[in-house]
Design a binder for this molecule. Structure first.
Ligand code: SAM
Length: 284
């Protein structure tokens, strides 16, 4: 029986064409063929590095159908490389279905280290890196996005998310409402490219910076959310003292006013108090 082939997971640059390893170039040249998210994109990259090889498409729309044929090739003894358009395959890119199936079939998978926007952004953002959570892209629908941010509000690890230029203002607006005015955010933009920028501040400060300079809304971007630290960050809902004050004030004042005053007295979030009062009104 022929020796089984190996599936190599090969990262490619995320902007700067210098960011590919010698081992990656050698692997792409030596495997029997390359499975690529976009064959035209990968051929251009190969041309740049002087690599000649067969390329076939493996993307999110055909991965499930193609996987059996790819497995068959590996079983027959062909080693193959998997690349995506940029960065590390499988990190918000196709490849999971194939790698999972390879593991099921006992086929060897070797991942090469290389460029990935998550680790580049984390390394230079200045937020804690000892533990982090990667959330991929936040949901595009506003309601779901806010619900996801609510769920992340008490996260005590640095949270990394990918973001797109046409949603960045909406996402920062939601972060401002949900995460509050205390939480530090870093926007890492155009990493490894000419206009690489790191902006840090609260969501409100970043919104202001992006409105003042609309160029900062362009390009590829990663958002990093600092870990929850303050008591209000970590706690789910308003504190007990604030709730008592709010209930007292509600005897004399309309909800909006009572929530605003309580927020000032206890350094709490107005929206959270408002919400808590609405939810608890019916239980009284
Ligand atoms: N597999 C890729 C990786 O390893 O980073 C990620 C692919 S995902 C489909 C594309 C997203 O990654 C972009 O929308 C952006 O959020 C982020 N990204 C990729 N390259 C970037 C760069 N040079 N600067 C900032 N973010 C980048």
């Amino acid at each position: 029986m022929a020796e089984q082939g190996i599936l190599y997971i090969v990262p490619t640059p995320i902007g700067n064409l210098g960011d590919i390893t010698e081992r990656a170039v050698k692997t792409l040249a030596e495997v029997a063929a390359i499975a690529a998210e976009d064959t035209r994109h990968t051929r251009k990259l190969m041309q740049h590095y002087g690599i000649q090889n067969d390329v076939f498409a493996l993307h999110e729309h055909n991965e499930t159908q193609r996987v059996d044929a790819v497995i068959e090739r590996l079983l027959q003894g062909d080693s193959l490389a998997l690349v995506s358009d940029a960065g590390t395959p499988l990190i918000n890119d196709p490849g999971y279905v194939l790698v999972h199936r390879c593991r099921e079939r006992g086929l060897k998978v070797i991942a090469l280290p290389g460029a990935c926007a998550v680790t580049v952004a984390l390394s230079a953002a200045g937020l804690p890196t000892d533990r982090f959570a990667f959330e991929g892209f936040l949901p595009s629908k506003p309601q779901q996005r806010r619900a996801k941010l609510e769920a992340l509000k008490t996260e005590t690890r640095t949270v990394v998310v990918y973001e797109s230029p046409h949603r960045i203002l909406h996402t920062l607006t939601d972060m401002n409402v949900v995460l509050g005015s205390g939480r530090q955010i870093v926007l890492a933009r155009e990493l490894t490219k000419q206009f690489e920028t790191y902006l840090n501040g609260t969501a409100a400060e970043l919104l202001q910076a992006l409105t003042d300079d609309t160029n900062q809304q362009r390009g590829e971007m990663v958002l990093l959310i600092a870990p929850a630290q303050s008591e209000a960050d970590v706690r789910d809902g308003p504190g007990e003292a604030a709730k008592r004050t709010l209930l007292l004030l509600l005897e004399e004042l309309p909800l909006k006013k009572a929530a605003a005053m309580t927020a000032k007295i206890h350094d709490e979030r107005k929206n959270e108090l408002y919400q808590w009062a609405l939810e608890n009104k019916n239980n009284e």
